[in-house]
Design a protein. Structure first.
Ligand code: C5P
Length: 220
């Protein structure tokens, strides 16, 4: 039996940081499902694959779409490895996020990515970060966490992250983009962003990452 801890929530709620801290501390596998969707969006763009020709490119996709993650070091984003390349900085931009969010609303995309996500369930355990980890992909997970934070706090965190990557961002634009992405993710028909009924809700607005991990440990 492989234990899975799911961590869902909107952008900037702290999922990535907390998933990374838990994965490093427990020495478990990590699935950053947002990055998986982002990598698929990137791969599709690079290979001129769109929703109209998605089916006819199934073989190419199945053969080449193999992503792995390295939890990396605290404070740095989880590394995304694809075709022997570290594509972290390519996929973690707001532009990629916007494109990804549109694609992720499509059932054909979600169905394709479902088995890729389940493949990450390996010993000794898995920390799965996303939007539908606890509701759809690992609905029978033993432990489910749903992180939230105020929009302003989430935008501030995203700004810090992007600055660290050397990207300049306007706060007003960022607030607008986050709000728009949240709306798309929450209102979509397929696998919308909602807390699983059996999840534990943690508002991280006024907590440091260590405080969030402490709360999670108390719950575990
Ligand atoms: O978490 P991240 O910001 O990297 O996710 C990018 C986008 O991927 C989200 O805005 C959402 O549209 C999509 N996503 C999803 N389901 C997941 C993870 C991410 O639809 N489990």
């Amino acid at each position: 039996m492989i234990t899975v801890i799911t961590i869902d929530g909107p952008s900037g709620a702290g999922k990535g940081t907390i998933a990374q801290m838990l994965a490093l501390e427990l020495d478990w596998n990590i699935l950053d499902s947002g990055a998986l969707y982002r990598t698929l969006a990137y791969f599709m763009k690079e290979n001129n694959i769109n929703l109209d020709n998605f089916e006819e490119n199934q073989n190419l996709l199945k053969e080449r779409f193999k992503v792995s993650f390295d939890p990396g070091t605290p404070g740095e984003p989880v590394k995304v490895l694809f075709e022997n390349e570290d594509i972290t900085s390519i996929v973690r931009t707001e532009e990629m996020a916007k494109l990804t969010s549109t694609l992720a609303a499509e059932p054909v995309i979600r169905e394709f990515i479902k088995p890729c996500q389940r493949d990450f369930m390996q010993l000794p355990g898995l920390i799965a970060d996303g939007r539908d980890m606890g509701t759809v992909i690992f609905s029978d997970a033993k432990h489910k966490i749903f992180l939230t934070a105020s929009l302003e706090e989430r935008a501030k965190r995203r700004q810090t992250q992007l600055k660290r990557q050397g990207l300049k961002v306007n706060m007003r634009t960022l607030l607008h983009e986050l709000e728009e992405r949240d709306r798309k993710d929450t209102e979509r028909e397929h696998s919308p962003l909602v807390p699983a009924e059996d999840s534990v809700l943690i508002d991280t607005s006024n907590l440091k990452p260590e405080g969030v991990v402490k709360e999670i440990k108390t719950y575990l």
